[in-house]
Write a protein that binds this ligand. Structure first.
Ligand code: FAD
Length: 294
């Protein structure tokens, strides 16, 4: 087992070690034989990791490659950029704003990386990755071959992409297209997003963002929001061990200090059970769970 702990690489601060934890600095490091299976971690802001540890290798991609966005094409109205898979979303948001480029304003409050945002089609405030993605450069970790997937092939839909089902793939970089807009207008939108998010998001405590996805309602464009169902079921504040349904937003589970993997999983399962009993709705998980227990 590695002497490192994955808890330091996740936003909920839970997770044990792995046979090998590779904080990626150079793609050549991937050519040496690595313990299997191989998993790719961005900023760990949407994954619950077992604190008993994992088999195989976890490649940590945050900040890799450590480069600034590169301008590939500059037209009257838009700019095409090459961005690193490991670019931190709030940093990209500010970079785009400084350069008068719109399309990343929602990223200000989303603590993930570009790679993770493509896999999960992250979004907020009426923007999402699918609106700006042109293509993704993906390294097949088995064959070491790099392939470019178009946005059509990546199939980004609500909190989903074709990469979500594929293993042994590392998004090294992506092409995105942003629209030109005056920086003050972009900054105003970012401030508005931040103000809204600060009110509705338990940023002061470790979490994984929304645990469950919204679900289609009875009519077109109507949505069932898990936070409301959980609140209506009387579960706000509900706690198992150190894991608690957030007082600020019931679709978040926060780590009150010493929460374990088992605490969070038990709380998720209990929320699913009680919501189903009280509303008949089967909640769908947005977060991913990494565990190798039999
Ligand atoms: C406080 C908080 C607020 C949040 N708000 C939002 C929100 O408003 N909207 C939203 O959509 N999400 C939100 N999230 C969830 C999360 O930040 C996003 O899903 C984010 O895009 C995940 O990125 P990540 O780098 O952390 O991915 P991780 O959690 O590390 O990984 C997620 C998935 O992507 C894969 N992956 C990551 N990087 C790569 C790569 N380079 N190559 C291949 N696969 C990769 C992983 O293997 C895994 O399957 C929030 C989370 C928190 C903690």
């Amino acid at each position: 087992m590695s002497s490192l702990s994955l808890r330091t690489f996740t936003t909920i601060k839970i997770g044990g070690s792995a046979e090998r934890i590779l904080k990626l600095k150079d793609l050549h490091e991937l050519q040496e034989p690595l313990p299997q299976p191989i998993r790719v971690l961005g900023n760990g802001s949407n994954i619950l990791i077992d604190d008993e540890g994992l088999k195989g290798t976890v490649i940590v991609v945050r900040d890799f490659p450590p480069s600034e966005p590169e301008i590939l094409e500059d037209t009257k109205e838009a700019v095409t950029l090459k961005v690193s898979g490991g670019n931190y979303l709030p940093t990209l948001c500010r970079w785009a704003s400084r350069h008068g480029l719109s399309g990343c304003e929602y990223m200000v409050g989303v603590p993930g990386t570009v790679g993770g945002a493509i896999v999960q089609n992250a979004g907020a405030n009426e923007q999402e990755m699918s609106q700006i993605l042109i293509s993704a450069d993906v390294l097949d970790l088995k064959t070491q071959k790099l392939k470019t997937y178009s946005a059509a092939e990546a199939k980004l839909t609500y909190r989903h992409s074709s990469f979500k089902e594929k293993e042994d793939q590392l998004i090294v970089s992506a092409k995105i297209r942003l629209q030109k807009k005056p920086t003050p207008q972009i900054e105003a939108q970012i401030s508005k997003n931040l103000a809204y998010r600060k009110e509705k998001t338990p940023y002061a405590m470790p979490s994984l963002g929304s645990i469950f996805t919204r679900l289609p309602g009875a009519n077109k464009d109507e949505w069932i929001y898990p936070g409301k169902l959980i609140e209506d079921a009387g579960l706000k504040d509900f706690q198992i061990g150190g894991a608690q349904v957030s007082k600020i937003h019931a679709n978040y589970i926060v780590n009150t200090g010493d929460a374990t993997f088992d605490d969070v999983l038990a709380l998720i399962e209990e929320v699913e059970k009680i919501v189903f009993e009280s509303s008949g709705v089967k909640l769908q998980r947005e977060i991913l769970i990494w565990s190798d227990r039999d």
